[in-house]
Design a protein around this ligand. Structure first.
Ligand code: FMN
Length: 211
């Protein structure tokens, strides 16, 4: 049987209307910063959910590579399953889980590609192997073997041996511009705190949801 959480003797964390920042991006920044200093293996890891126009969902992990008041940015192959789904249904959801602090953040909103210059800047900041991998891997497509992938990497290495590697035209970033951001703080006896910001024409409205 699952035990109630948190199970350690640390003082219980709480999330109260009187303490949450009125700006959800600032609140996210604070929790993200705290997660970066906690025992999380990778606090930038998040689940990205997309869906086909018919409403069939799919989800996978990606890494958060930037956020500000415009939204949350991740990078991927534009011919991948996720990118194809986003192309025809540009709405998505993200979930962060920072277990050491019993915190979840859920984000929902619309998706758009980042500017080419932004994608270029991020691509060129990546390690060489990742830049080569972006060219070599036909992400989400069926391949015949591991060897096929490794051969593709060798081919790119040879082709790019004497110059800078440009960003592949099929690789870029997406920015999720949120309309809903929920902050979830795990508490005893499953009486968790859930505070949700919903965007309106006049700004962000805050409400509490039952756990
Ligand atoms: C922790 C973690 C982080 C990941 N980060 C990314 C990422 O930032 N971008 C990406 O394209 N795939 C990333 N992946 C791989 C994806 O989960 C997924 O396998 C891949 O993007 C193909 O997904 P798709 O076929 O649904 O498009 C990550 C996987 C894990 C486990």
């Amino acid at each position: 049987m699952q035990s109630d959480r948190p199970t350690d003797n640390a003082p219980e964390r709480v999330l109260l209307e009187s303490e949450i920042d009125s700006d959800p991006f600032e609140q996210f920044r604070q929790w993200f910063e705290e997660a970066s200093q906690s025992n999380e293996h990778d606090h930038t890891a998040m689940t990205l959910a997309t869906a086909t126009p018919e409403g069939a969902p799919s989800a996978r992990m990606v890494l958060l590579k930037g956020f500000d008041e415009r939204g949350f940015v991740f990078y991927t192959n534009l011919e991948s399953r996720k990118a194809k789904e986003l192309d025809v249904n540009p709405r998505a959801a993200l979930v962060f889980w920072w277990g050491s602090m019993q915190r979840q953040v859920r984000v929902e909103g619309s998706i758009a590609l980042v500017a080419p210059a932004e994608a270029d800047a991020y691509y060129h900041s990546r390690p060489l192997g990742s830049r080569i991998g972006a060219w070599a891997s036909p992400q989400s497509k069926t391949i015949s073997s591991r060897d096929e992938l490794e051969e593709a990497v060798k081919k790119v290495e040879i082709e790019c041996a004497d110059g800078d590697i440009p960003r592949p035209p099929f690789w870029s970033g997406f920015r999720l511009s949120p309309s809903v951001i929920e902050f979830w703080q795990g508490r005893k006896s499953r009486l968790h705190d859930r505070l949700v910001f919903r965007k309106s024409e006049s700004g962000w409205n805050l409400s509490r949801l039952a756990p």
